[in-house]
Design a binder for this molecule. Structure first.
Ligand SMILES: NC(=O)C1=CN([C@@H]2O[C@H](COP(=O)(O)OP(=O)(O)OC[C@H]3O[C@@H](n4cnc5c(N)ncnc54)[C@H](O)[C@@H]3O)[C@@H](O)[C@H]2O)C=CC1
Ligand SMILES: N[C@@H](CC=O)C(=O)O
Ligand code: NA
Length: 487
């Protein structure tokens, strides 16, 4: 097993289609004439390019699941077979598509003769296995079986990676094959590649993103078209954005799994689901969105991975929650099922990635980029990066996260009220960024609605300040508190 690391499989392995080998015989022990040698012999002939094409090795590809994403992966692999062969150096032959019910009606892009309900056979009889069934089991067991059979594995399954990433990485290392998962974070946007490979020469300090298409679509439809939560969710499901169980989207769990993956890659530290503070969008109402607009903001479900290094705390904080984003911030104009990810790194500064974060065809693009990379490695050598967790940074508790609050208060509209409020912030070492006041009369009382936005401070100090405001006698009511990001 260990022989293949960092160098090509013996090219001899690839001069005949892999389906021609005897059952059970591993791909790397097939003995035939090296492809490169054959091609070199042909290059003096006028027919060399044709010969080169004909001599491309064939890699067997198995697909687990033919739903929203799997169907598009299969369609594109079949429609653009010549392009994939040219880019990867091998013909990619789909040998089987594992589905739950071979007789169920499905897209005609998926040839019926490829369908099987034997997922184990598909997982263990291919060079490249693409897992697109989702969920933890049987996806985990099938992927482990695929690695054990010597396959490279591609998946879009963020829930599985956030729960069992280290085990999957270890299985890939043991098998000496590739483990790729570009589709797992932000669909078509190449953010896994960016964090795993492009940022390998830098020190990431924070990642702030909209990484769930369903919730962004719901909030956007509620915001721009006045749709109800339920109507917007139904439309997101129709568009193929939502997970099989959309509560994973709505309750922030899908974004939390992505945040865990992002943080693991950005900070070279193992981060799992339990390390992520999560709040979804279930409680967001049309009024909340109107109030956000009144404050010059949009309300977005954000995933945040942050490194904190100061006198009070050192470590990383990873969280998913709705937050106000100023209308002129790039994340405020991310609409519909689109995603965007802002990466801050010490040397590079700020990088922004934007694109379709969900949907069958965009996600298939990410899956297929991984397929090409894994296939090219099987032909030419090289490998996907292994797990990098050397930094092993501590995960900070939620109260040590740094954020800003927007706090709305009703106070008596009288001299000294604002000074009393400001004093509470000062007492808790929280600095005020801005104050807005609107006076009004309620049942004969002259009141003011005061909207205060703080500078960044640890959640513990912000919460203590809010408690202090509740106890301050000039404060009639703390109307709302919301986190603000992107200031
Ligand atoms: N839909 C999207 O926009 C995106 C999805 N993903 C991920 O891609 C994966 C697939 O997502 P979708 O295609 O949307 O899901 P889907 O629910 O449309 O498709 C999954 C398919 O797998 C089949 N399946 C389930 N268990 C099976 C089993 N044991 N054997 C054979 N087939 C089985 C189901 O019948 C279904 O047809 C998930 O991990 C998801 O999180 C990632 C990025 C975007
Ligand atoms: N359900 C997810 C699909 C992509 O990961 C989403 O809505 O973003
Ligand atoms: Na991606």
């Amino acid at each position: 097993m260990g022989e293949r690391r960092g160098r090509p499989l013996p090219l001899a392995a690839y001069a005949v289609p892999s389906h021609a080998r005897p059952p059970g015989e591993p791909a790397h022990i097939r003995k035939v004439v090296p492809v490169k040698q054959q091609v070199a012999q042909e290059t003096s002939q006028p027919t060399a390019p044709v010969a080169a094409r004909q001599q491309r090795p064939t890699l067997r590809v198995g697909v687990l699941g033919s739903g929203t994403v799997g169907t598009q992966v299969i369609r594109l692999l079949l429609e653009q077979a010549d392009d994939f062969a040219a880019r990867s150096g091998a013909r990619l032959e789909i040998t089987g598509v594992a589905v739950r019910d071979v007789d169920a009606p499905r897209d005609e892009a998926v040839p019926r003769d490829l369908l099987t309900d034997d997922a184990q056979a598909v997982a263990t009889s291919n060079d490249i296995v693409i897992e697109l069934i989702g969920g933890i089991e049987p996806a985990r067991t099938l992927i482990l079986a695929a690695f054990a059979s010597g396959a490279s594995v591609i998946t879009g399954n963020k829930a599985l990676i956030a729960a069992h990433g280290p085990e999957l990485y270890a299985a890939a290392a043991e098998a000496n094959t590739d483990f790729y998962y570009e589709a797992a974070v932000a669909g078509a946007i190449p953010v896994v590649y960016a964090l795993r490979e492009s940022m390998a020469g830098d020190r990431v300090t924070s990642v702030l993103g909209i990484v769930n298409g369903t919730t962004n679509y719901i909030l956007d439809e509620m915001s721009t078209k006045g749709l109800s939560f339920e109507e917007a969710l139904a439309a997101a499901q129709e568009l193929g954005y939502a997970e099989a169980d959309p509560t994973a989207d709505v309750d922030g769990l899908d974004a939390a799994a992505k945040a865990a993956i992002i943080a693991s890659l950005a900070f070279h530290t193992r981060v799992g689901m339990n390390d992520v503070e999560v709040e979804g969008i279930r409680s967001i109402t049309a009024d909340d969105i109107r109030e956000a607009h009144a404050s010059g903001c949009e309300l977005k479900l954000l995933a945040i991975a942050q490194r904190r290094e100061d006198e009070q705390a050192s470590g990383i904080s990873v969280r998913v929650h709705p937050a106000l984003v100023p209308a002129d911030h790039p994340l405020a104009s991310v609409h519909g099922g689109f995603n965007a990810v802002l990466v801050e790194a010490e040397a590079a500064g700020r990088l922004m990635f934007y694109g379709q974060g969900a949907g069958g065809t965009p996600t298939a693009s990410a899956v297929l980029s991984d397929v090409v990379a894994a296939a090219a490695h099987r032909v030419n050598g090289g490998q996907a990066p292994r797990e990098s967790n050397y930094a092993d940074l501590p995960i900070l508790p939620p109260e040590q996260a740094l954020t800003r609050y927007q706090i709305q208060l009703r106070v008596a509209d009288a001299p000294g009220s604002l000074a009393a409020v400001a004093q509470v912030f000062g007492d808790h070492d929280v600095s005020i960024n801005s104050v807005r006041q609107a006076s009004y009369v309620d049942v004969g009382d002259e009141l003011a609605l005061v909207t205060i936005v703080t500078h960044a401070a640890p959640v513990s100090r912000l919460e203590a300040a809010v408690d202090g405001l509740r106890a301050q006698e000039r404060v009639a009511e703390v109307v709302s508190t919301r986190r603000v990001e992107g200031l």
